[in-house]
Design a binder for this molecule. Sequence first.
Ligand SMILES: Nc1nc2c(ncn2[C@@H]2O[C@H](COP(=O)(O)OP(=O)(O)OP(=O)(O)O)[C@@H](O)[C@H]2O)c(=O)[nH]1
Ligand SMILES: [Mg+2]
Length: 286
Amino acid sequence: MTQPDPRVISEDDTSAGARAARAVRLPEPWASAAVTVVMPTYNEADNLPVILDALFALPLPALRVLVVDDNSPDGTGDLAERLARDTYGPDRLSVLRRPGKQGLGRAYVHGLGHALEEGAAYVVQMDADLSHPPEAVPQMLGTLLSTEADVVIGSRYATGGKLAENWAPHRKALSAWANFYVRLLLHLRIRDVTAGFKIWRRETLRLIDVAGITSNGYAFQVEMNYRTVRRGLKIVEVPIRFEERRGGHSKMSLGVQIESALMPFRLRRRASRLDAGRPPAPGRTP
Ligand SMILES: Nc1nc2c(ncn2[C@@H]2O[C@H](COP(=O)(O)OP(=O)(O)OP(=O)(O)O)[C@@H](O)[C@H]2O)c(=O)[nH]1
Ligand SMILES: [Mg+2]
């Protein structure tokens, strides 16, 4: 009988150690870059300890995580604070607590701004539900630095990217349709234009005026991309394997879907006002 080779780490092994072993090893000074993962949470108490273990096992010793919790009824905020105090230390894990559920986009505007104030040089956007593979973060950072990209997207639809086989067919169809629709209306050539897994340079977030973004849900991700393209900045996609969420429940709502469907028209209208030399509404950048 042939024994499995202990040096081969199976792709299906999702323990923190196996994930870390699969991650690329970056040379210094890249490995020690000041990376902050901004992670919005709403009722993710089952997933949070698992994803934090995996992130802190990565060969990125200066990586920090900022959890942005909207007063989750399941106690995710308290759990995150306990883990910061007792397990990882406040130097590596910090928590922003907000009074109530205001949507993903609002949580990100708050969290990204906070990460920049705290001195992050590179900022990762990532869901807490283990859909986004933590072991891809070093490769995404390495791609950002080696290609001199302004942002790198962890992409389900770039060549080599994969969608969870067990993702419900209606979710697959909705995701494919949303990508097609947004790309067509906004003339974006990004393969995964609604992706929520990205690494940004600090300067890119400043150039696109992330604090001025008003959309929420998936529309928030698209608006960030649109602003990046309008500024002539460089976007690179790396393929990832996207998993079905591990525990907890989806927060995808009809409101989020309707906002996403209307948002390309709003962005186009605003951009054409600017192109025609008329100012956008106060505090808005296309
Ligand atoms: N702080 C905060 N986080 C949120 C809010 N809505 C969603 N999130 C978090 O944002 C991430 C993405 O939300 P999901 O519910 O996974 O949405 P999704 O990935 O589009 O949907 P699924 O694929 O079904 O999981 C998760 O980490 C959520 O906990 C919110 O209103 N506030
Ligand atoms: Mg999810």
